[in-house]
Design a protein around this ligand. Sequence first.
Ligand SMILES: *[C@@H]1O[C@H](CO)[C@@H](O)[C@H](O)[C@H]1NC(C)=O
Ligand SMILES: *[C@@H]1O[C@H](CO)[C@@H](O)[C@H](O)[C@H]1NC(C)=O
Ligand SMILES: *[C@@H]1O[C@H](CO)[C@@H](O)[C@H](O)[C@H]1NC(C)=O
Length: 467
Amino acid sequence: MAQGSHGGLLLLVMLILAFNISCSLASLKIGNKIKSATFLSPEFVLKPGSVENRFYHNIDFPRGHIGLKSFNAEVIDEAGNPIPLHETYLHHWLVEKYYKRQDMAENNDKQKFQEPDLIFARNSGICQDNVLGQYFGLGSETRKTDTHIPDPYAVEIGNPARIPAGYEEKWMLNVHAIDTRGAVDRLGCTECRCDLYNITVDEYGEPLRPDYRGGISCCYDQTHCKVRKGYGGARRSLYLRYTVEWVDWDFGIIPVKIILLDVTDTGKRLNVSTPLSPENGCQVEYDIESCSREEAASNGCIDVRRTSLTMPISGNVIYGVAHQHTGGTGSTLFGEDGSVICTSEPIYGKGKDAGDEAGYIVGMSTCYPEPGSIQITAGEKLVLESNYSSTQKHTGVMGLFYILVADRTPNPTNFLYYPIHMHKNMKVSTPAIAIVAVFGLAIIAIAVGLVSRPKKEREEGYEPIMA
Ligand SMILES: *[C@@H]1O[C@H](CO)[C@@H](O)[C@H](O)[C@H]1NC(C)=O
Ligand SMILES: *[C@@H]1O[C@H](CO)[C@@H](O)[C@H](O)[C@H]1NC(C)=O
Ligand SMILES: *[C@@H]1O[C@H](CO)[C@@H](O)[C@H](O)[C@H]1NC(C)=O
């Protein structure tokens, strides 16, 4: 939140309270206490070279009509010790929302995800079908990436009015982990290079495209990456430990939508039977070719990918973060006018300990724009740029970008229409609202002078590439 606006808003709060109308809507801080809970995923067992890519249905998750404030996770062993990435590489974890038919038996992680028994409830992102529909999801960067959502914003879940009749809201966790202890080629294993996994057919037995060299289709559940001969690491039980923070929902909270963008999005939305197919929308992964000597001289071997993406909604960006793999050097999201919405850069580890593993991306920098300073509009064509070092080739890298978008700002004028239009059950009587309305205008006139500040211009970036 803008530091400068605290004083003016505080004054506004005090003035309204002076009229003896006690309601939390005047406060920009969420009055409700932040709650926190830590859960463990089901156990998964890894031995050197092995891969687990599991989908756990009906995971432990906070229930009720609440606002999510953060989600953090890490891989630990049975004793609770954090496991470093050079032992267990956390390719990704994803948390997805779905609705389960109430009269259906409880499910397990072997269950097929089939409508109408289960309805996937994707985020507000724009990829085809259910692709990249998660609410939260990170990979190796999870330990040092800030996920908190500032007040007065939160991700609204469990709103009974939005859950289809006869269904209940549930959460699914996908954990994809690769044990690289003793690996012949650690980076190659984390990049799911098909030769190291000796894979020629995908998970469903279909032959891989001849030009497919690496990615998730070569490191699916129960595959093995090549380990040094004679290497004898023990099997071990691991867990994803995740901590969720939330607040009870109330009308003072401004809901944010999760929009997930992918630099490989072709923009095409084809009518095909499998959501992930060549040319169709988000490809999720891509490869980086190693640079030529000429490129090394001219651009220092940076692979730059760009795509143009049409926004589905309007609103204010309140958070942004990219997801990249090893080799990533940063990613920027630009507005249609070429201005910078957010740049997110990787933090590489420097040592051996969990959270600081050399050669791995252990965190991504985040953006928290001042509320109202960065707006997007429905139909606007943003440009996503993802950079990787191409001093060596990479397979199966990603260029994702999460933004959280709120449809309004915590603007003092909200206090006028909020209680009347949105919350009929509020305990403020009509005369009281009239008082707020009449005196409120005067107060707001004062407060606006104190609070408002010139809108920060978006930083100038590059020339938009799209016509
Ligand atoms: C690789 O897979 C083929 C069959 O797909 C198998 O015959 C061969 O033994 C495997 N090689 C290794 C080194 O595991
Ligand atoms: C998409 O394909 C299905 C069959 O695969 C067909 O029934 C449907 O009409 C198609 N939709 C469009 C918009 O072409
Ligand atoms: C990406 O690469 C381009 C071209 O070299 C450069 O102008 C831009 O600043 C880079 N962006 C990031 C976030 O590193």
